[in-house]
Design a protein around this ligand. Structure first.
Ligand SMILES: *Cc1c(COP(=O)(O)O)cnc(C)c1O
Length: 422
């Protein structure tokens, strides 16, 4: 590169990603093919609109790229329709709210402090100003059971237009059937934000909300799905006449969503990202991806077990998916931020996270959140989870000894060099 400053930082970041253990559950390593598509000339192209109906000329290649991405996404999730244009998970959610709700309408979603996402109505977001978010949470912190009776009561009382299932920090499976029962009782649209577990769904190790009557799935494409940073909206319904203003019916969801993405909330699609999404969806359709998804969950379960052996108290007592929430405050008397910093020093990247009904502050919460999607991509297996758990415990024990931390850092680096390259 001519720009040495940026080139040097790209190199440094590659070394950081190679020599450390990536345990943030929302991160992953894309394939070199995905990177190639991302760095391709499609970044030069404007293509507002959708395949076959664009506002600019020169679309003979973009139309094909986007159509391939759409077809592969539909096949992966068993959807009637896919919109591959959202720039991120936040944009995907925003577009669905915009497609289905009027200002002031009510949306029922999981509490942020109980594992929901910022885009599910946190007061700092734009959508929280526009729509009326009501929250449900976890009934039993020991088991992680969601209070479905509470959801039903809230739904009957507030008559939400959307019931939203999905999370960023919840280690258990949701009961989609119960959500669907409640939604159908009050005539709400059922939306699942599967950002974290989309890869587990297409890999067959997590349930697909469409099998239980959900109408819309939103997801990021860069978490367990292992694609480029981006968003994706899948839906049930019939692709109707795009030129006519559609009525707000479940059948019309595909048209409503397309219009809400463009021109409703976005301008030109990022065609280089869509090319990279198409590549990633193609990879996720291969049989090896199933093995990958299975290994993510096996690794997470093993890591949870090994942490518990070392006195880490886990929220909900374990995991059924790719992520673990450990209450380090109630385990060792240190807050999540302190634990995060200690782990960082030895090359383990994870994040401090609130636990349900946390007694500490949001900036220094009680928990840490970690997961196995990225290390599994690098080939880590169950036996490696024991090592990771031991390093985590050591980092906490020796957090005040720079000398011990430096030694641990060396051990982690050595181990990372035995894993597959990124
Ligand atoms: C990550 C995430 C998002 C947002 O994705 P961005 O691409 O960061 O905008 C939305 N919802 C859930 C549940 C997530 O985990």
């Amino acid at each position: 590169m001519k720009d040495k400053q940026i080139e040097q930082l790209i190199k440094a970041e590659k070394i950081r990603q190679t020599d450390g253990l990536e345990l943030i559950p929302s991160e992953n390593y894309v394939s070199s093919d995905v990177l190639k598509a991302l760095g391709s000339v499609f970044t030069n192209k404007y293509s507002e609109g959708y395949p076959g109906r664009r506002y600019y000329g020169g679309q003979e290649n973009t139309d094909q790229i986007e159509q391939i991405a759409i077809d592969r996404a539909k096949q992966l999730f068993g959807a009637d329709h896919a919109n591959v244009q959202p720039h991120s998970g936040a944009q995907a959610n925003e577009a669905v709210y915009y497609a289905w709700c009027e200002p002031g309408d009510t949306i029922l979603a999981m509490d942020l402090a109980h594992g929901g996402h910022l885009t599910h109505g946190a007061s700092v977001t734009r959508s929280a100003r526009e729509y009326n978010f009501i929250r449900y949470g976890i009934k039993d912190v020991e088991t992680g059971e969601i209070d479905y009776e509470e959801i039903r009561q809230l739904a009957l009382k507030h008559k939400p237009k959307i019931i939203l299932a999905g999370f960023s920090a919840y280690p258990r499976e949701l009961d989609y059937e119960k959500f669907a029962e409640i939604g159908n009782e009050i005539g709400a649209m059922l939306m699942a934000d599967m950002s974290h577990i989309a890869g587990l769904i297409v890999g067959g190790v997590a349930k697909n909300p469409f099998d239980y009557g959900f109408h819309v799935i939103t997801t990021t494409t860069h978490k367990t799905l292992r694609g480029p940073r981006g968003g994706l909206i899948l839906s049930r319904g019939v692709v109707g006449n795009p030129l006519k203003k559609p009525e707000k019916t479940l059948e019309n969801l595909p048209t409503l969503i397309d219009r809400a993405v463009f021109p409703g909330t976005q301008g030109g699609p990022h065609m280089h990202t869509i090319a990279a999404k198409a590549v990633a969806f193609g990879e996720a359709l291969q049989p090896e991806f199933k093995d990958y998804a299975e290994q993510i969950v096996k690794n997470a379960k093993k890591l949870a077990e090994e942490l518990q052996k070392r006195d880490f108290k886990l929220v909900t007592g374990g995991t059924n998916n790719h992520l673990i929430l450990a209450d380090v405050y109630n385990s060792f008397g240190i807050d999540g931020k302190e634990a995060e910093i200690a782990m960082d020093k030895i090359g383990l990247t994870l994040n401090a996270n609130a636990t349900p009904n946390d007694s500490l502050t949001r900036f220094r919460p009680s928990g840490i959140r970690l997961g196995t999607p990225a290390v599994t991509t690098r080939g880590a297996k169950e036996a490696d989870m024991e090592k990771i758990a031991e390093w985590m415990k050591q980092a906490i024990n020796h957090r005040d000894s720079e000398e011990r931390l430096v030694k641990l850092r060396q051990e982690v680096k050595h181990f990372c060099q035995t894993l597959s390259a990124i």
